[in-house]
Design a protein around this ligand. Structure first.
Ligand SMILES: NC(=O)c1ccc[n+]([C@@H]2O[C@H](COP(=O)([O-])OP(=O)(O)OC[C@H]3O[C@@H](n4cnc5c(N)ncnc54)[C@H](O)[C@@H]3O)[C@@H](O)[C@H]2O)c1
Length: 252
């Protein structure tokens, strides 16, 4: 029970990595505030946890909305008394749109979810962490945040922003007992493909140019164990880093 009685908010908990993180954190004793825009999927996640006698509550949340972020964090405090761990994991893809085809609409949508949602959740969580002198933030970035062409322009820029944000928060709050780290997954089997309705053929061809070098796809459970490490005192001296989890893809 490595997270016994810790209160953890996990965004994007209705599917993929967020769901597996919610499952693993609950199994390790955390009280999980599961947040997702997809109410049906979210309720499935929470039922699965509660049926096992573990603890979780569902908060339907659109991370692109300030009021939803407010209520997500407020629910953690009103239901479980505090907040210890914030996992900013919700995210969407960008149809592989290359620079010449980026629309303001896709740019704003991806940034509002993948970047602004992360910033707002961190902003809302920090006063709680500062009062306690303790807190953990884990952001799901991507290898697209470390390299230039694993997605379209918008997603690539957004994940680079998440990594910048991770390092900024990590350093600036390091002396306050707060740690902030990111995970950069490679290709993981999840439902994220469903966020692409009409992939751009040129952008997709450029973004997948190195796919043959990918040793294998990963599973969400292989990302959840990294989140667990970052959430516990096992990683007490780890702050401001990006842990790539890609089976060796970017080592090529
Ligand atoms: N799957 C991959 O290969 C991969 C690789 C690198 C990084 N990532 C990142 O991992 C994270 C998790 O994605 P996943 O692969 O598990 O995808 P997924 O689609 O399986 O799960 C993402 C969840 O986020 C939710 N979501 C989407 N928009 C939301 C919003 N506005 N507010 C709240 N919830 C919202 C979805 O409903 C879904 O349940 C994302 O940030 C993604 O960018 C994924």
């Amino acid at each position: 029970m490595r997270l016994k009685d810790k209160v953890a908010v996990v965004t994007g908990a209705g599917s993929g990595m967020g769901r597996e993180i919610a499952y693993l954190f609950a199994k390790e004793g955390a009280k999980v505030v599961a947040a997702d825009i997809n109410e049906t999927a979210l309720k499935e996640t929470v039922s699965h946890i509660v049926e096992k006698g573990q603890t979780a509550i569902a908060v339907v949340t659109n991370v692109a909305k300030e009021e939803d972020i407010e209520s997500m964090i407020n629910t953690a405090v009103s239901t479980y008394g505090t907040l210890d761990i914030l996992v900013n994991n919700a995210g969407i893809m960008d149809n592989f749109l290359p620079a010449e085809k980026v629309t303001d609409e896709i740019w704003d949508r991806v940034f509002s979810i993948n970047v602004k949602g992360v910033m707002r959740a961190i902003r809302k969580a920090l006063p709680i962490f500062l009062e306690k002198g303790k807190g953990v933030i884990i952001n799901t970035a991507s290898v697209a945040g470390l390299y230039g062409s694993r997605a379209g322009l918008t997603y690539t820029s957004a994940k680079h922003a998440v990594i910048g944000m991770t390092k900024n928060v990590a350093f600036q709050y390091a002396t306050k007992g707060i740690r902030c780290n990111a995970i950069a997954p490679g290709g993981v089997n999840t439902n994220i493909g469903t966020t692409m309705s009409n992939p751009d053929p040129f952008g997709m061809e450029r973004a997948t140019a190195g796919i043959n070098a990918n040793p294998r796809m990963g599973e969400s459970s292989e990302i959840a164990t990294i989140a667990l490490f970052l959430a516990t005192e096992d990683s007490s001296y780890v702050n401001g880093v990006v842990i790539a989890a890609d089976g060796g893809w970017t080592a090529y």
